[in-house]
Write a protein that binds this ligand. Structure first.
Ligand SMILES: O=P(O)(O)OC[C@H]1O[C@H](OP(=O)(O)OP(=O)(O)O)[C@H](O)[C@@H]1O
Ligand SMILES: Nc1nc2[nH]cnc2c(=O)[nH]1
Ligand SMILES: [Mg+2]
Length: 158
């Protein structure tokens, strides 16, 4: 994928807090949160803090190896609930929707929210905050490093 969308820790925190405001406006008493690991873990932690939720479970699903998609694989299943009723289901993003569809089949009653969404996958989630184009790869702060940036003009260092 040629285009990149780089997310800083600040932006991630802001976008997670925007998602929290949406969730609070639903005025629902959540039983707990289920994070889809690994990507959903940091957003789920921020949401747990803002909403005062202390029960956080996980379902570990792997669909990608770097940027190559394959079939979703459950590496560790959720334990707290049968069908997700009363739970918030949190992932970092929905792209093709393959992971979301797979998890939804297991937890059909959960309220599914992601921080970022691409057009193909967005119909599969109940809520998201920021839309990113389909041809763009999202880089999260936990995958990035602070590094030297070359000047935009090729004459700048002369
Ligand atoms: O909508 P999709 O096309 O299915 O892509 C979205 C999924 O891909 C990433 O997970 P990944 O499989 O890379 O595992 P990870 O969360 O452990 O990094 C991301 O965290 C979502 O869970
Ligand atoms: N980090 C990251 N993981 C993904 N998994 C599926 N799409 C994406 C993406 O755009 N960025
Ligand atoms: Mg994931």
């Amino acid at each position: 994928m040629n285009n990149k969308y780089m997310v800083s820790w600040d932006q991630l925190h802001r976008d997670c807090r925007s998602l929290c405001r949406h969730l609070i406006n639903l005025e629902h008493e959540w039983q707990g949160i289920i994070a889809i690991t690994r990507g959903g873990m940091i957003p789920a932690g921020i949401i747990a803090r803002e909403l005062g939720i202390r029960i956080v479970d996980t379902i570990s699903v792997r669909t990608y190896s770097h940027q190559t998609i394959s079939e979703p694989q459950v590496l560790n299943d959720v334990t707290a609930t049968q069908n997700g009723a009363g739970y918030l289901l949190i992932d970092d993003l929905v792209d093709t929707g393959k992971t979301a569809q797979f998890v939804r089949e297991r937890l059909p009653q959960a309220y599914f929210a992601t921080v970022y969404a691409k057009p193909e996958g967005k119909p599969l989630v109940d809520a998201f905050i920021t839309e990113v184009p389909q041809d763009t790869w999202i880089f999260f702060p936990w995958d990035l490093d602070l590094d030297y940036a070359k000047p935009i003009s090729k004459h700048a260092d002369e």
